[in-house]
Design a protein around this ligand. Structure first.
Ligand code: MN
Length: 408
């Protein structure tokens, strides 16, 4: 009995509005599917965040459905867990439910809250609703719904102990699937500890974007994001691609199957005057290109700008150099002196200083993506576009959780 475990594909993501990254993510999943077709496991499990948003663009949706169909045509079933990125914030069908109703052998267990019948506890009903048997293997998919961190912790405290009863009662091999952080792997939004994890033969997790492989006493894995989604993830040096788990023996064997990923490198550059900015950035890009051993790496370029350097001039230079060298450069601009003073001194001579996104990014220290969403939110509410407001709030609750928490 072999399974392929993946998570956090984030298909449809376009960080920094960069089409290269959007395409790379698709390519990475395409390569993973090729591996699945070679390995022909008994089952594929994707532990959440298949899509980057609850309503992915049609190209992403079409691509994923085509690839899922390729997998199931080998008679390999696919089990999908919901993640915070692909679960809508309101009560409606999820995109994973839509796919699962359209495609044979694709399952996305989900529970609808309902009063407990037959005197049994609501929790054992939830377990029953989200439990599947595939080729004699018991698969328990821990439910994911949008709710507060407190509620999520409370639910896990009550629900997690139920799994062991089922695992013991059913016997045979079992796999537990969940999309959440655990203490001590990632403490920040953990809803349980390692000890709380059920006694399944293998625990397929998702949500944490850095890869973690734990071989006993409980066997659990976070495969990590399939492709680096930001500068922080560009620093992770873990392998990327599917995890192959063999459950034939008493102890599972866990194998990482690497797929080729474009080099993502990080560079730091200081610019104190506007002279020869192009030359300076170009020289730097060439060095990084050689270091990366890749003609077209993605370069996250952190630039510390001196007082008299206009950010617009730097951004224009980066655009020119990027085009000329055919390298994707993602600029991250910082002002020198900002750390010591704690606040960003907005100079009236800086042409960008009146751009609200720029102001939020630099003085509030929130991500550009989040700042843009906040501006969109203002526009949508001014236009009384309720649907758009809902959509943006849902996006904010996932992408901006860390950023906004600081201000709450
Ligand atoms: Mn994720």
């Amino acid at each position: 009995m072999q399974i392929i475990h993946m998570s956090d594909l984030h298909i449809g993501a376009k960080p920094h509005n960069e089409p290269t990254i959007y395409n790379d993510i698709i390519e990475a999943f395409n390569n993973s599917v090729e591996i699945i077709k070679q390995e022909k496991p008994d089952l594929v499990v994707i532990a959440g965040d298949i899509f980057h948003t609850p309503k992915p663009d049609n190209d992403s949706l079409r691509f994923v459905m085509t690839k899922f169909r390729e997998i199931t045509s080998f008679n390999i079933p696919i089990i999908l867990a919901h993640g915070e990125h692909d679960t809508p914030g309101r009560r409606e069908s999820t995109i994973l439910q839509v796919i699962s109703s359209a495609l044979d052998k694709v399952y996305a267990p989900y529970y609808e809250s309902k009063p407990s019948s037959s005197g049994e506890s609501i929790y054992s009903n939830i377990v029953k609703d989200t439990w599947m048997k595939v080729r004699g293997l018991n698969i328990f998919v821990y439910p994911f719904k949008k709710m507060s961190q407190e509620k999520r912790k409370l639910l896990s405290k009550q629900l997690l102990p139920y799994y062991n009863k089922f695992i013991k009662r059913e016997g045979g091999k079992s796999v537990f699937v969940g999309h959440f952080s655990i203490d001590p792997i990632f403490v920040y939004d953990a809803i349980a500890t390692e000890d709380d994890l059920p006694e399944a033969n293998y625990i397929a997790l998702g949500h944490v974007h850095k890869r973690h492989i734990i071989r006993g006493p409980k066997y659990f894995v976070y495969p990590g994001s399939l492709y680096p989604l930001d500068i922080k993830e560009a620093e992770y040096k873990n392998k990327r691609g599917p995890i192959l788990v063999d459950l034939s023996s008493d102890e599972p064997s866990i194998e990482e199957i690497g797929i080729p990923i474009r080099s993502n490198v990080i560079g730091d550059l200081e610019i104190s005057d506007e002279k020869q900015i192009d030359k300076k950035i170009k020289g730097f890009v060439e060095v990084k290109r050689i270091q990366a051993g890749h003609k077209k790496p993605i370069i996250y370029l952190r630039i510390r700008m001196g007082k008299n350097v206009y950010s617009r001039v730097v951004l224009q230079s980066i655009e020119r150099v990027g085009k000329e060298t055919d390298v994707v450069i993602i600029p991250i601009l910082e002002r020198v002196g900002i750390k010591e003073e704690g606040t960003y001194p907005i100079s009236s001579s800086d042409r960008n200083s009146l751009d609200p996104v720029f102001v939020m990014v630099n003085s509030l220290k929130i991500k550009e993506e989040v700042a843009k969403l906040l501006i969109e939110l203002r526009d949508a509410s001014l236009n009384e576009n309720d649907e758009k407001v809902d959509e943006i709030l849902s996006a904010l609750s996932t992408t901006a959780y860390n950023d906004l928490k600081v201000w709450m």
